[in-house]
Write a protein that binds this ligand. Structure first.
Ligand SMILES: Nc1ncnc2c1ncn2[C@@H]1O[C@H](COP(=O)(O)OP(=O)(O)OP(=O)(O)O)[C@@H](O)[C@H]1O
Ligand code: SF4
Ligand SMILES: [Mg+2]
Length: 368
């Protein structure tokens, strides 16, 4: 892997701002099959109280493969369904439909014991490291508890060694400087490193990271991303990286998926998706970086809101904001179409369907 690392052991002073990275090819036979695969994942939330038939279509027909040693970024504006996807993949939220496979086996989590078993392999990191760590406990207690759960049978000395190893893993060195601290005595970046260390106690195959750097000071973000990249490479972890930030997806993720109104609208390798976006929504997202929640200010033709998730429109969910939208777009849902090898977009403008809109890039292609 050629991911740039800062070389820093702490969060302070991380200021390496190098840009793109190349995507590594799968390195071993472990890469041949995904660590985690979801097919047709769907979530509809019932809203409106007893007897209500109203459903929020939060996630529709979501497919993903997370390979060992790779990062997939899931990008989209607020409310697009990213966290719901993470909770479905973590099995902390029951799906309305679809299936999940872990290392090739269909997963059915019907009780607490099965969920605990699943959590050995699939761990989550949350946005707010302060909220996710219990303020009244020391690092020793927080990590010791996870070690006790995931590696029962260790005596006191072995457990202390295991805690110190976890601190080393997340570059909080020397461990004795951190082991007896309380969360409020640590910086945001250090707290997030403790949260990451806690997941590592389970020796997981998969990390689901829901906006893990968005609440950190800018100076600490790169350090935490580099740590995750290091863990991906050293421990061969499969990582789902949820973010609003297209630039960090390009920097950190091998693959990028773009979500809009509960559906994937574009996917491919991160360099292609972020540098040559094919879907009009991704084009706006890239143009509006770093603030994807204010697309309307970013480009003419993008005004408007995402569609209602309670009564989703029959056609393309982006039609109300898309400058290319025509009758076909408004009537029929576009499926993901291969734009180039490994690069797909759910947009009629990339199809040869009768009545499809013609994008500027397609028009140029036809003329040349
Ligand atoms: N428990 C729930 N009941 C009803 N609707 C819900 C529930 N949880 C989420 N939703 C809705 O599902 C949609 C997707 O929410 P989700 O939190 O997954 O979005 P997100 O992409 O993570 O947004 P953000 O970037 O703000 O974190 C939103 O419309 C949200 O209001
Ligand atoms: S399908 Fe139509 S409305 Fe949707 S993004 Fe493509 S051109 Fe725009
Ligand atoms: Mg979210």
């Amino acid at each position: 892997m050629s991911t740039t690392t800062s070389g820093s052991t702490h969060d302070g002073g991380v200021n390496d701002a190098s840009g793109g990275r190349t995507v590594a090819a799968p390195q071993s036979s472990l890469d041949a099959s995904p660590a985690l695969r979801a097919q047709g994942l769907t979530k509809r939330f019932k809203v409106g109280g007893i007897g209500s038939q109203r459903l929020v279509h939060a996630v529709e027909d979501f497919n993903i493969e997370l390979f060992h040693g790779q990062v997939v970024a899931l990008v989209g504006e607020s409310g697009s369904g990213k966290s719901t996807v993470a909770r479905l993949l973590a099995q902390t939220l029951p799906a309305t439909g679809g299936r999940i496979e872990l290392n090739g086996r269909v997963v059915k989590v019907a009780n607490g014991r099965q969920l605990r078993h699943y959590c050995h392999d699939v761990q989550m990191i949350f946005q707010d490291p302060f909220a996710s760590l219990n303020a009244i406990h020391t690092v020793r207690y927080i990590l010791g508890r996870s070690v006790a759960i995931h590696r029962p049978g260790l005596n006191h000395a072995q457990r202390t060694t295991a805690i110190e190893e976890l601190l080393d893993e997340v570059k909080l060195s020397p461990p004795r400087r951190f082991i007896d601290k309380y969360p409020h005595e640590l910086s945001g970046g250090q707290r997030q490193r403790i949260a990451i260390a806690r997941t590592l106690a389970a020796s997981p195959d998969v990390l689901l990271a829901d906006e893990p750097i968005s609440m950190l000071d800018v100076s600490m973000r790169l350090g935490v991303l580099n740590l995750l990249a290091d863990l991906r490479d050293r421990k061969h972890l499969a990582i789902l990286y949820i973010t609003h930030d297209v630039a960090s997806a390009r920097y950190f993720a091998d693959q990028t998926m773009v979500m809009y109104a509960g559906r994937i609208v574009e996917r491919g390798d991160s360099e292609t998706v972020t540098q040559r976006p094919a879907h009009p929504y991704t084009q706006l997202l890239v143009a509006s970086a770093p603030d994807p929640d204010h697309l309307a200010d970013a480009a003419v033709g993008a005004r408007g809101e995402p569609p209602s998730l309670i009564n989703p429109p029959p056609g393309c969910s982006f039609a109300a904001r898309c400058p290319l939208a025509n009758q076909l777009c408004r009537q029929e849902l576009p499926r993901l179409i291969e734009v180039s090898p490994g690069h797909q977009a759910a947009c009629w403008a990339h199809s040869d369907h009768a009545g499809a809109p013609v994008s500027r890039s397609n028009r140029q292609g036809a003329q040349s």
